[in-house]
Design a protein around this ligand. Sequence first.
Ligand code: BG6
Length: 514
Amino acid sequence: MTITRSNEARRESKAPTPPPAPAATLVIFGATGDLTHRLLMPSLIYMTSAGLVDDGLQVIGLGRSDLDDEAFRNSFEQFAGEAGGEGAGWQKDPAHLASWRRLRGRIRYRRGDFGDAQTFEELKADLVGASAANVVFYLATAPELFGPVAEQLAKAGLLKEEAGFRRLAVEKPFGHDLASAEALNRKLLGLIDESQIYRVDHFLGKETVQNIMVARFANTLIEAVWNAHYIDHVQITAAETVDVGRRGEFYDAAGALRDMVPNHLFQLLAMVCMEPPNSFDAEAVRNEKAKVFRAIRGPRLGKVAQAAVRGVYTAGEVGGNSVGDYRKADGIAADSRTETYVALKLFVDSWRWAGVPFYLRTGKAMSHRDTEVVVVFKPVPFAQFRGTDIAKLPPNRLVIQIQPDEGMALDFSAKRPGPAIDTAPVRMRFRYADQFELAASTGYETLLYDLLLGDQTLFQRADGVESAWRAVQPILDAWAAGGEPEPYAAGTAGPDAADRLLASDGRQWHELGS
Ligand code: BG6
């Protein structure tokens, strides 16, 4: 995370461009997959346009498909042409097309079996020349291959830092429970140093997620009321309209809790809850976040039913399109008990947050796409309104809109014009799109840039990942032991039990999409 300062928002609506990353080779394992096509390659194109990488960057893709360099390069053009939407925007802009042409010739492809030492010996032979002193190995494979690929890289001597750096980027999911995450950490840390491991959580690449830190620590106004004295509760939501799509096999083995909570939602939680770090250095920030992860108190086994809700979508309509029943989707077992929605209540046991409930929810096939943090402040004492018509004032609320329509809004009460004292809820709003010139991005650019620069601030550390799994493990255990998710129709805001979770505390969810 590169820190610079721009005082005049409109005139300097773009942050100054930092220097290009050092010359390096990016080796992508699982290069024919969705992640590379949808996110990694478009990010490299956008980074080229923005001057964040230059001609010193070489890319080697490894996969099992039988392709040559040219067919591999063509596959990105074809994907962008067919995909539309995410990851395809670069083809419509002449500047990005020029960046692609510049990058294209430095992309190579190697067919390989990731279990075969020969693949890694061949890779070693490929890693020659000035750009190969520094190498990032990016694991965009199926998660069960993370350990074996790292092992083969180590065996071939490819992780040894001699002339330059050797870094390993590990995609999500990092384990599927506490034990497997611990085992993977043990395996990796037996091969390389923590300083070489970059555990990716793409939520940390989102501008609005990084902005939570800036909003808090660059503004007295927010930080002054950011504690249990003033805050009643916090809601963290990642609602998606997409259904399980073609990811059935992966998703049915994971479910909404594993897929979203100990990683993405906890990253948001950590940004909201962490104490101010001494600096924005990776270790200073990650130390503060680690304290939050350790302080998370979710339900204990035996108390899970009171604090966690699971749901599964049934047939319905999302944005005018019909969505089928989850259990009838491709790759899903007809008797699946996997949840596509989860809501939970937890606490962060620290001085600052003592007694403040945090309500988290995430789901697929919901009515709106809406990722947000809603901080609800305590009500005013009301004494001064005694004897007036004002029975109740809505609480102040700070809504941090992560996506879409990135920004922040503050809800408060104002006097309605007229002779009587009457109040009306009003909203003050900051939208990124109004204030800044937003460059095309996939959200991976900062992550890839930091990876090449060697800045681990926006990556997860071993202890953080394990504490996060530890906090949700009782829920995973309780759900594995029995019970079923509660159905909700696709296109709604989730199961009724999620509303009851808040209603029993006298609260309600912030309306999706508002
Ligand atoms: C991924 C999950 O990590 O994040 C997906 O595996 C989910 O299930 C996605 O859809 C959400 O990311 P974003 O950036 O679209 O909010």
